[in-house]
Design a protein. Structure first.
Length: 397
C-alpha cells in the first residue's frame, strides 16, 4: 500500500448545515437535508432539493464582506468551506502565499447571470456579474478572499469535478510541484440545472432512494467542500486526518448523459484507483458510492462494483440521500464524509432503501454501523462519461 498524500484540514457547507461538526451530527442521526426550495426562485418548488437554508446576504455577512462585493452564491459557499479547511489545517498567514488552489464547479456563477441577464443591457448595476458565467470567476473570488498565492486552476468535468480536483492536487504534491494545496469544489442550486435535469426526466418528486428497486430519480443539491493536502515534509506535527492513497479517472465513452449498461468507465476508474493505492479489492472496507438514485446510474454502478468485487462486495451506500446531488461539489463533499467515517470508524446509515434491485441484488448499509475502517473507496461519475474514483485511507500508511 502506498503512503499517499496527507489531509490536514477539511471544511464543508451542505444542506445538512454549516461546518464539519454540524454535518457529522446530522449523519450520525440519519437526518436528511432534503426539503423543498425556499431560497431558489423556481417554478419547480414542488421538487425536493438539498438546499442550504441561508440567504446570500447572510452568507456574505458571515464572511464580513462589503455590500459591493462580487461574490456569487457558489463563491460565498466556497469561501466558507475553504476557510474552515484552512483554519483546521493550521496553515499560517505567511504560508498562504505558497498554497495552491484547485477548485471545481459546474454552475459557477450561473445562478447570478440567469437572474440578471435581462437587465445587463438596460442598466449597469449588476453588470459586475457578467463574468460570473465563467467557472474561473468563482475560483478567482475564493482564491482572493483566502489570499492564496500558489498555483490556481479550475476543473469542470460535471459530477466528477471535485474528485478530479482532489486527484490533481494529490498528483502535484507527489510530483513535487506543490507542498500545500486546497482542493475541492462548490456548486449552488440554479434554475438552469433544475430545469435541465428536469428536462432529462431524472428528478424525483420525493426523497431519492439510492440503489432501491423503486428508485425514480435524484434530488439536486448545493454545497461546497474542500480539503487541505500537504506533502509529508510540510506536515510536521500536525494531526493528519487521512490520506489520499489512490485515484483513477476513465471515460465511459458511451453517452453524453447516461452511463453504459456494464459501467465500463466506473470499472476502469476503480481499477486504476486500487492499483495506484497498492491495495486489493478485499482491503476496501467501505464504498461511498456515486449512487444518484437514477435508474441508469445505480444499475450501471452496481454492475461495475460487482465486476471489481464479485462476491466480496464490502459495505456500501450513497450519502446523496442526505445532501442531494451537489454536482461538481459532490466528490469533495463525499471525501469529507469518508474522512469522517475513518475518524469515527463509522458507516453512516443509508437512507430510503427498502428493496434490492433484482438485476444485482446489492443491499446498501442502512443502519449506523461501527466498523474497523482503513481504506474507503469514493466514487464520482459525471456527464460526458467522466468517471473518477478516490481511495481515502487512515494515517497508518
Amino acid at each position: 500500500m502506498t503512503k499517499g498524500v496527507a489531509v490536514t484540514g477539511m471544511g464543508i457547507v451542505s444542506a445538512l448545515g454549516m461546518g464539519v461538526d454540524t454535518n457529522l451530527k446530522a449523519l450520525l442521526a440519519g437526518n436528511s437535508g432534503i426539503c423543498y426550495p425556499t431560497i431558489l426562485e423556481t417554478a419547480h418548488s414542488n421538487l425536493p432539493v438539498g438546499e442550504i437554508k441561508v440567504t446570500d446576504k447572510d452568507l456574505a455577512m458571515q464572511l464580513k464582506l462589503p455590500q459591493d462585493h462580487t461574490l456569487t452564491r457558489g463563491a460565498l459557499l466556497g469561501c466558507l468551506a475553504a476557510r474552515e479547511a484552512l483554519e483546521k489545517s493550521g496553515i499560517t498567514k505567511p504560508e498562504l502565499s505558497y498554497v495552491g488552489f484547485i477548485s471545481a464547479t459546474s454552475v459557477g456563477g450561473m445562478d447570478y447571470t440567469e437572474k440578471y441577464f435581462n437587465s445587463f443591457e438596460k442598466e449597469d448595476t449588476n453588470r459586475k456579474f457578467i463574468q460570473a458565467q465563467h467557472p474561473g470567476f468563482t475560483t478567482g473570488r475564493i482564491k482572493d478572499f483566502l489570499a492564496l498565492g500558489g498555483f490556481t486552476t479550475t476543473i469542470s468535468t460535471a459530477c466528477s469535478s471535485s474528485a478530479n480536483a482532489i486527484m490533481l492536487g494529490a498528483r502535484m504534491i507527489k510530483s513535487g510541484q506543490l507542498k500545500r494545496v486546497v482542493v475541492g469544489g462548490t456548486d449552488p442550486l440554479s434554475r438552469f440545472t433544475l430545469n435541465g435535469f428536469n428536462s432529462l426526466m431524472i428528478l424525483s418528486s420525493k426523497a431519492c432512494k439510492p440503489f432501491d428497486e423503486h428508485r425514480n430519480g435524484l434530488n439536486l443539491g448545493e454545497g461546497a467542500a474542500y480539503l487541505v493536502l500537504e506533502a509529508d515534509d510540510s506536515v510536521g506535527d500536525k494531526n493528519v486526518l487521512g490520506r489520499v492513497t489512490g485515484y483513477g479517472n476513465a471515460n465511459d465513452a458511451y453517452h453524453q448523459t447516461a452511463s453504459s449498461e456494464t459501467g465500463n468507465g466506473a470499472f476502469l476508474a476503480m481499477k486504476k484507483a486500487l492499483y495506484g493505492a497498492g491495495v486489493s479489492p478485499v482491503e476496501i472496507e467501505y464504498i461511498n458510492a456515486h449512487g444518484t438514485a437514477t435508474h441508469n446510474n445505480d444499475l450501471s454502478e452496481s454492475r461495475a462494483l460487482l465486476r471489481i468485487f464479485g462476491d466480496s462486495l464490502p459495505a456500501m451506500n450513497s450519502t446523496k440521500a442526505y445532501t442531494g446531488h451537489t454536482l461538481a461539489a459532490a466528490g469533495a463533499v463525499e471525501a469529507v464524509f469518508s474522512l469522517l467515517s475513518l475518524k469515527h470508524q463509522t458507516i453512516f446509515p443509508g437512507l430510503n432503501f427498502r428493496d434490492s434491485m433484482p438485476e444485482t441484488g446489492i443491499k446498501p448499509i442502512t443502519d449506523l454501523t461501527y466498523k474497523n475502517l482503513k481504506n474507503i473507496l469514493s466514487n464520482s461519475f459525471g456527464f460526458g462519461g467522466n468517471c473518477t474514483s478516490l481511495i481515502i485511507s487512515n494515517n497508518e500508511g
